[in-house]
Write a protein that binds this ligand. Structure first.
Ligand SMILES: NC(=O)c1ccc[n+]([C@@H]2O[C@H](COP(=O)([O-])OP(=O)(O)OC[C@H]3O[C@@H](n4cnc5c(N)ncnc54)[C@H](O)[C@@H]3O)[C@@H](O)[C@H]2O)c1
Length: 339
């Protein structure tokens, strides 16, 4: 669908960071399919295969030449971000901020990248929202990792989140706190989303599903940590995107009391054993994995499960995709893409 074909096109663009990333790509594609304009920013960081990011962008540019605009920029670059924001033909009223230095384990190796992108970069977005508002909604990515080593399952938004196990988690918690202050001071309606292990087609090469698939196909041994005693709340990408758009459409009303800012879990709310997940990959590939069992990695958590009662109630969030279906879709995509 292009601008000229859609009579009811909402011309106010969505300003979306991390557009070449896994979740940013899928979210943008859905918005463009709905007839929205998207101004997408991404630095194409070399943290993982840049050609995969370029391929995602190619899909967006070719399918939506009239309604998608891409800018290669780093979110911590204030003048450049200001320039991109001001160049919008219509006032920007909605932000979806997904750009980040992701990954828990890499934050032990390259901590400065996390603070530059996740803290300074996040502040730049908040400053844009402050000075160029009023915004209707500022939606941003947090992470289930803020729950640290909490042992009470499922994790609820009201649980304590002051014991992060890695710097990545600390920067995401920092984003939540900075947003709370800005929402309070400058009345910016904001929603933070704590994603629980998103997976699916066009996924991230540093995530377990991708690594396992690649290694099993190559006949290489996979490393399974905590001797396989890991449990996760794997959330299919289409459900994550539905949650992000649910957040975009349901901004927090500013009643004048407190801050117009709220945080929601977005998970599948279903606890999966890592070994069952591996079995599903094996079944779909028709090939057994060679497994090396290892102890727990520093910074990692043994189990994560979301309580999504609040997102169901306020955002209409209703995850539908089983891991059986989701893993099958991923492997179909992987085999087609890397044929
Ligand atoms: N995928 C998950 O399971 C998961 C779980 C919890 C939270 N999150 C969060 O969701 C968001 C999206 O994650 P994703 O899985 O799509 O990751 P991703 O790495 O695929 O996407 C992030 C994008 O941000 C870009 N980026 C990095 N540094 C940048 C900078 N300084 N300036 C501009 N762009 C920059 C990268 O090039 C990348 O394309 C991130 O904020 C991440 O922390 C993801």
């Amino acid at each position: 669908m292009t601008a000229s074909k859609n009579q009811n096109l909402n011309k106010s663009p969505v300003f979306l960071t991390g557009v070449a990333g896994f979740i940013g790509f899928h979210t943008t594609r859905r918005l463009l399919e709905q007839g929205r304009y998207v101004i997408g920013v991404d630095s194409l960081s070399p943290y993982y295969d840049v050609s995969l990011k370029e391929s995602r962008l190619k899909v967006l540019k070719e399918s939506f030449p009239d309604t998608f605009q891409f800018f290669k920029a780093s979110i911590e670059d204030r003048p450049e971000m200001e320039r991109i924001w001001r160049a919008s033909p219509e006032p920007i009223q909605q932000v979806i901020h997904l750009a980040a230095q992701a990954g828990v384990r890499y934050s032990l190796e390259n901590p400065y990248e996390y603070v530059t992108t996740n803290v300074t970069g996040h502040l730049v977005l908040l400053e844009l929202a402050r000075h160029h508002g009023p915004l209707k909604n500022f939606v941003y990515a947090s992470s289930s990792s803020v729950y640290g080593g909490n042992t009470k399952l499922p994790f609820s938004e009201s649980d304590r989140t002051d014991s992060p196990l890695a710097l990545y988690a600390a920067t995401k918690k920092c984003d939540e706190l900075m947003t709370e202050a800005y929402a309070h001071l400058f009345r910016i309606p904001a929603i933070g989303l704590r994603f629980f292990t998103a997976y699916g087609p066009w996924g991230r090469p540093d995530q377990a599903l991708f690594i396992f698939t690649k290694k099993i196909l190559a006949g290489e041994t996979i490393s399974v940590f905590n001797n396989g005693h890991m449990k996760r709340d794997f959330t299919y990408i289409d459900d994550i995107v539905a949650g992000i758009l649910g957040a975009l459409e349901n901004p927090i009303k500013d009643t004048g009391e407190g801050s117009p800012h709220k945080i929601y879990n977005l998970g599948n709310s279903s606890l999966e054993q890592l070994m069952d997940y591996i079995q599903l990959i094996e079944d779909n590939l028709g090939k057994k994995a060679k497994i090396q069992y290892l102890p727990m990695q520093p910074g990692d958590v043994p189990a994560a499960l979301s309580d999504i009662m609040e997102a169901r109630r306020d955002l209409g969030f209703n995850p539908k995709t089983s891991v059986k279906e989701g893993v099958k879709n991923f492997i179909e995509w992987y085999k087609g893409y890397y044929k």
